[in-house]
Ligand binder design. Structure first.
Ligand code: PEP
Ligand code: MN
Length: 350
């Protein structure tokens, strides 16, 4: 439920609303807006007796939040959430954001070399797994802390921000020490202890949709993060289980406009895990941008045939460069901004 204050409401009147909500046994969250302040009421699982609040000074109206998720909903916050990283990347605004890199960090030269090429052709965020969730216990599970160190070194050399996955609650703080964005993978979307810990880690979170999760379940998983005080959440559509074997997953592009209508949080698309097939990544990346995604996550490997994970869906750096040039054209057609890396830098210099 939202208590919307009048334009003319005084800070004391806002405080009174907060106190009353707390006296009623709920949590109050003031939400200052451009026009007026609202106070959100959290902690209720059903109907709240609102007459007491409606009668307080400075209150304009009471808006019930009808969705099961509250703080992630558009009702709670009509304006889009824009997340700004230390390297200046803004996620959720007009500009499209590209996160790219190998599935796994494998060595210093692998990650640094590819990072330089990605930065020069369009990415502002480097991806790379250090802790990898793998279907088989015998597969490569990442370099662990060494992988995190290599990512941080690549950030120093390139200026790219870093996104990498935290697999378990106890490693969230460690990952957050090195990462600009902590990723929660599809397999962990409903790992509630992990979500709670990530919600308290102080870093933006990239939350990937579970492979059999509905959109409401994705938004409720995001609600866990916001309920812990973390408002910097980016959602990611990465494909759900389908019944056709030509692609690894079914990239649900309709989730993008659906999420946009239900939530103020940014949503990006991952056509790499979404298709599992290199040749299908570029067409689906283009389609995701056209569908209104705030950005892309794309796997790129300097030598995909030698990759220790997900080589079959990793683009060659040259393919990534071509994709970025195409994205630029699509962005212009839908009134979004996207300037691939090199040009961005030369524009600054010039
Ligand atoms: C990944 O990004 O490397 C990954 C494992 O993704 P997902 O959780 O979407 O499978
Ligand atoms: Mn992968």
């Amino acid at each position: 439920m939202l208590v919307v204050m009048k334009n003319s409401a005084t800070p004391a009147q806002v405080d009174r609303v907060v106190e009353t909500i707390e006296e009623m046994g709920y949590e109050a969250q003031p939400i200052p807006g451009r026009q007026r302040t609202a106070v959100g009421l959290i902690g209720n699982d059903g109907q709240v007796e609102s007459a007491r609040l409606a009668g307080l000074g400075g209150v304009l109206e009471i808006i019930p939040v009808t969705q099961p998720y509250k703080q992630v909903s558009r009702e709670w916050r009509p304006e889009p959430t824009v997340i700004e990283l230390d390297n200046g990347t803004r996620i959720g605004g007009r500009e499209l954001v590209v996160m790219a890199g190998p599935c796994s960090v494998e060595s210093e030269t692998q990650i640094t070399d590819v990072a330089v090429r990605l930065r020069d052709t369009g990415a502002t965020i480097l991806r790379g797994g250090a802790f990898k969730p793998r279907t088989s216990p015998y597969s490569f599970h990442g370099l662990g802390v060494e992988g995190l160190r290599l990512l941080a070194r690549a950030r120093e050399e390139t200026g790219l921000a870093v996104v990498t996955e935290a697999l378990e609650p106890d490693s969230v703080e460690l990952v957050a020490e090195y990462a600009d964005i902590v990723q929660i993978g599809a397999r962990n979307m409903q790992n509630y202890p992990l979500l709670r810990r990530a919600g308290r880690c102080g870093r933006p979170i990239l939350l990937k949709r579970g492979m059999a999760a509905t959109i409401d379940e994705l938004l409720l998983a995001a609600e866990y993060l916001l309920a812990e005080g973390n408002r910097n959440v980016i959602l990611c559509e990465r494909g759900v289980r389908g019944f056709d074997s030509h692609t690894r997953n079914l990239l649900d592009l309709s989730a993008i406009p659906v999420v946009k209508s239900l939530s103020h949080l940014p949503i990006i698309a991952d056509p790499s895990h979404g298709t599992g097939v290199r040749a299908k990544v570029t067409p689906m990346a283009r389609a995701a941008v056209a569908a209104g995604a705030d950005g892309l996550m794309v796997e790129v490997h300097p030598e995909p045939e030698r990759a220790l994970s997900d080589g079959a869906q990793s683009l060659y750096p040259e393919q990534f460069r071509e994709l970025m040039a195409q994205i630029r054209v699509i962005a212009r057609a839908i009134d979004r901004d996207f300037v691939p890396g090199l040009e961005r830098r030369s524009e600054k210099v010039g």
